[in-house]
Design a binder for this molecule. Structure first.
Ligand code: AMP
Ligand code: ZN
Length: 493
């Protein structure tokens, strides 16, 4: 174990404080992160949350923990509006697009993995699917019924929040008060079988037209969204594990309900540290699939978005995200991305300069030990990447001065500094040196603009044979030209 493993503090959403990190099992960490609901493409907001947990996973591994990182795929049970009524998001997409639900799941799971790979996020150790764990979920629901905290009605099973609250604190995480919940939850108007509106579904009876359904002791149906994560996290990480994570928007109801289920089944809050990553906003509004206020990763890396003046590499975008602390809201804008792009390039230039230094001094005029201490202190303080980055810039300044002959660095120290800086930038933050995408893409962009100009000239001269030929040849290479009234643009498959 790295000596730094002892100094880590993590902000726990339950206590609202930074706490010393003490794992359940010495030198081991069990971490569960709620994965995507695979009914559409991941957007940059989702990516921010998964990046936050990737850095946490990387840092825990870096300081020597043996981490079991479980991140699920939600492929059933997540209904519209995060509530117990409405259509299943995946079934809905399948119905609209005339696909099998498994086709929807396959398509968007593939997209999710592709994007995460491009973004250099490490895969989890276990990636369970909700549909692969129906039996585990049924067992837990039976247990909750046995304990008298859930009831069956017309083929559905609901968790009885009032019964639970007699001996537990429903609201321990979200800090919502049961009285307020009772007061504020809209009345059911005979729409639901629930005894009380704040109860939540563990199992839902499937209507005859419903496509995704399984046999259960209560008839054909499908699981509730919250029980999925309790079943999967418990199966792979046990009755009490270390870290449970997800985006801030999952605190209520999803995580509050998971905690309630876990208390009934195992007598624990499931995890000792509940960690929540804050939202990425666009124009001050939460990026979201359902509202359409979002940018897709490929638009930013590759094809371009009308909101941005250029494309950006994955590492620049990731660097932009890591310049904010994971618990702060972050607003995406063209200016902020341009600034991050420059900042990141500065770091890479300094790393290259350090590698290529030709002359060294006897001594070093930079306290590498203290600097490294500051870097670790930042990460140990609830994974404070903006402070880590500020410290990296101190090293960048020093390296550039050495390069200009204004500071001194010994050969031995240059190796120590390079090793440290590489491990912070590449191993812990997971950034990449090569600007493959935007680097290439900017060139492609320039060449494409020349081609589009020539094609427009051809069209203006009514040389449609030539303009069509350019379009068709590009199409063969997977580049589609989109003509509109004023000008043309292109998209790359
Ligand atoms: P979903 O597929 O909607 O269940 O979301 C997957 C993950 O992305 C969850 O942890 C969400 O909390 C998170 N998420 C959704 N929207 C955003 C956003 N705008 N910013 C950051 N994280 C988000
Ligand atoms: Zn979950």
């Amino acid at each position: 174990m790295h000596s730094e493993s002892k100094n880590l503090k993590i902000y726990n959403s339950i206590s609202g404080k930074k706490e010393d990190f003490i794992p359940v099992t010495k030198d081991h960490v069990g971490m569960y992160v709620c994965g995507p609901t695979v009914y559409s493409n991941v957007h940059l907001g989702n990516l921010r949350t998964f990046t936050s947990f990737d850095v946490i996973y990387r840092y825990l591994t870096h300081v020597g923990y043996k981490v079991r990182y479980v991140r699920n795929i939600t492929d059933v049970g997540h209904l519209e509006n995060d509530e117990d009524e409405g259509e299943d998001r995946i079934s809905k997409k399948a119905r609209i697009e005339n696909l099998e639900p498994m086709e929807v799941v396959q398509k968007y799971t593939y997209d999710f993995h592709e994007i995460l790979r491009k973004f250099n996020l490490l895969p989890p150790n276990i990636e369970p699917t909700a549909t692969g764990h129906i039996i585990d979920q049924i067992k837990l629901i039976e247990r909750i019924i046995e304990k008298g905290v859930a009831y069956e009605i017309n083929g559905s099973v609901y968790f009885d929040v009032i019964e639970y609250s007699k001996s537990n604190n429903y609201g321990i995480l979200s800090k919502r008060k049961l009285e307020d919940l009772i007061h504020n939850t809209r009345s059911l108007d005979g729409q639901s079988d629930k005894k009380n509106p704040q109860d939540f579904a563990l199992w839902k009876k499937a209507e005859p037209k419903h496509i995704m359904k399984w046999a259960s002791p209560w008839g054909e149906g499908f699981p509730g969204w919250h029980i999925e994560c309790t079943a999967m996290s418990n199966k792979y990480l046990g009755d009490i594990f270390d870290i449970h994570g997800g985006g801030m928007d999952l605190k209520f109801p999803h995580h509050e309900c998971e905690i309630a289920q876990s208390n009934v089944c195992f007598g624990t809050n499931a995890a000792n540290y509940w960690v929540h990553a804050n939202m990425l906003t666009l124009n001050g509004q939460k990026m979201s699939k359902s509202t359409g206020n979002n940018i897709l990763p490929d638009e930013i890396f590759f094809s371009g978005s009308k909101l941005l003046s250029k494309t950006f590499s994955e590492s620049s975008v990731k660097f932009f995200m890591l310049q904010a602390h994971y618990r702060s809201v972050l607003d995406l804008s063209n200016d902020a991305l341009l600034a991050s792009d420059k900042g990141f390039q500065k770091i890479i230039d300094a790393i290259n300069n350090l590698e290529n230094l030709k002359s060294f001094s006897e001594q070093t005029t930079f306290d590498i030990k203290k600097w490294s201490r500051n870097c670790y202190d930042a990460m140990n303080d609830d994974f404070n990447t903006p402070i880590l980055i500020a410290n990296i810039f101190d090293a960048v300044k020093f390296i550039n001065k050495v390069n200009d002959g204004n500071e001194k660095l010994s050969l031995a120290d240059s190796k120590v500094l390079a090793k440290l800086i590489n491990s912070f930038v590449f191993d812990i933050m997971g950034l990449k040196k090569d600007k493959t995408f935007s680097g290439q893409n900017n060139k492609i962009d320039e060449v494409m603009n020349i081609l589009l100009q020539l094609r427009n000239d051809a069209r203006n001269n009514k040389n449609f044979d030539l303009s069509d030929k350019i379009r068709d040849l590009l199409k063969l290479k997977g580049i589609t030209i989109n003509d509109n009234d004023k000008d043309s643009s292109y998209t790359i498959e």
